[in-house]
Design a protein around this ligand. Structure first.
Ligand code: ADP
Ligand code: ZN
Length: 561
């Protein structure tokens, strides 16, 4: 934010508070004046005309006279009384009808107008600007991404064509540039050629134009939050380096977590041959046991890297109890996952999943379940005009009788993905009450509702803004990072050269950063070293795969940069 804008914003906030006090003072003065006149009215009425009135009547008379309403139901009949009434009328005109509006305008409206008129949005960055991230289209996802950039101290600039939006964003403390995203001259002034990256959540046609224009200026990576995965090829052809079809990604996240059908563990992502997966304890023989009692290492070679219980992460401990709600996070190879499969031989029984909300995300989840041969039921109150593949039950999902009639009691999994967080929280609560063993995953449209959804009983909550922001920062920072849950990432980093020759125990990574080493990868060795023992000797050909919070990830960067 430029200095004048900071000063202005600060001035306004400070001044507004001061002005509010002034207004309160003026109103008190008016109230005292009315009260004084009311007493005087009572006094004069008695002494001049021997009539008695209550104080309330006095206040009523004063206000009708001061506001020049003058109903005439109470009047003086003496000259002295007329003089008094005239004085009250004049002071009403002056203090109530003239000064009060003036005070309001000059204290509140004028400074605001003046400030917004004095605001001149920036339309150009200094010529030597480089290494910044340009963000087009401030929305929930890009805002979450901006918070990440702030945490990592990466400079970024938000671009908007709308002067009023620019003003609001500056007041929020952002560095803003005002201009048309598809205008080549403007992009040059935004130093797009020297940017560290360009991120856009504009609509796809606008994005295509932006990419073509930006490509003429340089080869900064362009990450696009695509409206439709079918546009991915077009966007790439226009110059986008990373296309993120967020609805499809979220749909897959939700679908794989809502079912235990056909797989003991769901693979979330991979670093080469190292797979990161999660195994719900529900439906396995390990419910009620402890983590140490699962013969993971001996029988499968997999390593438990953490536990999730209703979104709360804990480090793996052999004594950790396993409940129907526990999800064990695993790292290992494809063979390890197959051995786990063989060990658990999950029941291939009926595993119907209900999907509430057939928007883009619900539709993507249904498509994934379809590929996994998991039967599902879709419910939406509107038809999805973009989908001809699925048949949905039409109706409001918050109508519990409709859910019951559709057979929700027989469901083993539930995906809650309407675009209304209140409906989602309501549905989570109602479904958890109706069915304590339901495997329930939900989407949070706003990050601040994640906790409420967990509290309402969801087993897993995905917030579209966190997932989107995570994808964006992976791409721009050329880092590999997998978001396990809000606040826990698995990430890959090259071994810091100064640790070469040390053992893991000597490196004291855990003590210094709080991160835990999940695995070690080596380019020349295809097999990942999962859960490396503390006496493993490190060398520079290795990559670490670590688990930790974004804060711990940052500490790792600082400690070993
Ligand atoms: P997205 O495409 O990101 O999934 P949408 O807004 O397109 O988001 O989809 C949300 C879907 O949820 C819409 O199809 C909407 O009709 C549906 N929906 C919202 N509230 C309810 C509700 N109470 N009952 C049933 N469906 C709902
Ligand atoms: Zn569909």
């Amino acid at each position: 934010m430029n200095p004048t804008a900071i000063e202005l914003a600060f001035f306004l906030r400070k001044q507004a508070r001061k002005n509010l006090k002034l207004l309160a003072g003026y109103c008190t003065f008016l109230a005292l004046m009315i009260l004084g006149y009311a007493y005087l009215f009572q006094y004069l009425m008695w002494h001049l005309e021997r009539r008695t009135y209550s104080l309330i009547a006095g206040i009523y008379w004063t206000i009708t006279v001061m506001t020049t309403l003058g109903f005439g139901d109470i009047t003086f009949h003496s000259d002295a009384g007329f003089l008094f009434a005239t004085a009250v009328t004049i002071s009403g005109v002056v203090f109530l009808l003239m000064l009060l509006p003036f005070v309001l305008v000059s204290l509140f409206i004028a400074p605001w107008i003046e400030q917004s008129m004095r605001f001149r949005p920036k339309r150009e960055l200094p010529a030597n600007t480089r290494g910044h991230v340009l963000i087009f289209g401030p929305d929930a996802v890009t805002r979450a991404f901006m918070r990440k950039l702030e945490g990592r101290q990466v400079p970024f600039v938000v671009v908007t064509p709308d002067q009023e939006e620019a003003f609001r964003l500056e007041l929020e403390g952002m560095r803003v540039l005002c201009g048309t995203p598809t205008d080549g001259v403007f992009l040059e002034k935004a130093r797009a050629g020297a940017a560290r990256g360009i991120v856009t959540s504009l609509n796809d046609p606008e994005t295509v134009n932006l990419c073509l224009t930006a490509r003429k200026l340089g080869d900064a990576p362009i990450a696009v939050l695509a409206d439709d995965s079918a546009h991915a090829d077009l966007l790439r052809a226009a110059g986008a380096t990373h296309v993120i079809p967020l609805p499809q990604i979220l749909g897959r996240h939700l679908a794989t977590r809502a079912t235990t059908f056909g797989a003991a563990a769901h693979v979330l992502d991979a670093f080469g041959n190292l797979l990161i997966a999660e195994m719900p304890v529900y439906g396995t023989p390990y419910v009620g046991q402890t983590l140490g009692m699962i013969p993971l290492r001996e029988r499968t070679g997999l390593s438990a890297i953490g536990l999730l219980e209703r979104g709360v992460f804990s480090a793996p401990d052999p004594d950790s109890p396993l409940s129907v709600q526990t999800i064990v996070l695993l790292a290992g190879t494809r063979e390890g996952m197959s051995s786990l499969e063989a060990l658990l031989r999950p029941g291939a029984g009926e595993d119907r999943v209900f999907i509430l909300g057939h928007g883009r995300i619900g539709c993507a989840a249904a498509t994934v379940l379809g590929k996994m041969n998991v039967p599902f039921t879709l419910i939406d109150r509107e038809e999805n005009p973009f989908c001809s593949a699925h048949e949905a039950i039409r109706g409001d999902a918050t109508r519990l009788d409709l859910l019951r009639k559709s057979g929700i009691e027989a469901a083993r999994g539930l995906i809650i993905t309407t675009n209304d967080d209140n409906a989602n929280i309501f549905l989570a609560l109602a479904s958890r009450r109706a069915n304590p063993h339901l495997r329930m995953v939900a989407r949070a449209n706003r990050e601040e509702n994640v906790d409420e959804l967990y509290a309402a009983g969801a087993d897993f909550v995905v917030s579209s803004s966190s997932v989107g922001a995570n994808f964006l920062s992976n791409m721009l920072e050329k880092k590999d990072s997998i978001l396990l849950t809000e606040g826990v990432n698995v990430f890959r980093r090259p071994l810091p050269p100064r640790l070469s020759g040390w053992t893991i125990a000597e490196s004291s990574i855990g003590a210094m950063t709080g991160c835990a080493v999940v695995a070690i990868l080596r380019e020349d060795v295809p097999e990942p070293m999962v859960g490396p023992p503390p006496d493993t000797v490190l060398d520079t050909r290795m990559d670490f795969v670590l688990i930790g919070s974004p804060e711990q990830e940052r500490r790792f960067g600082e400690a070993f940069a």
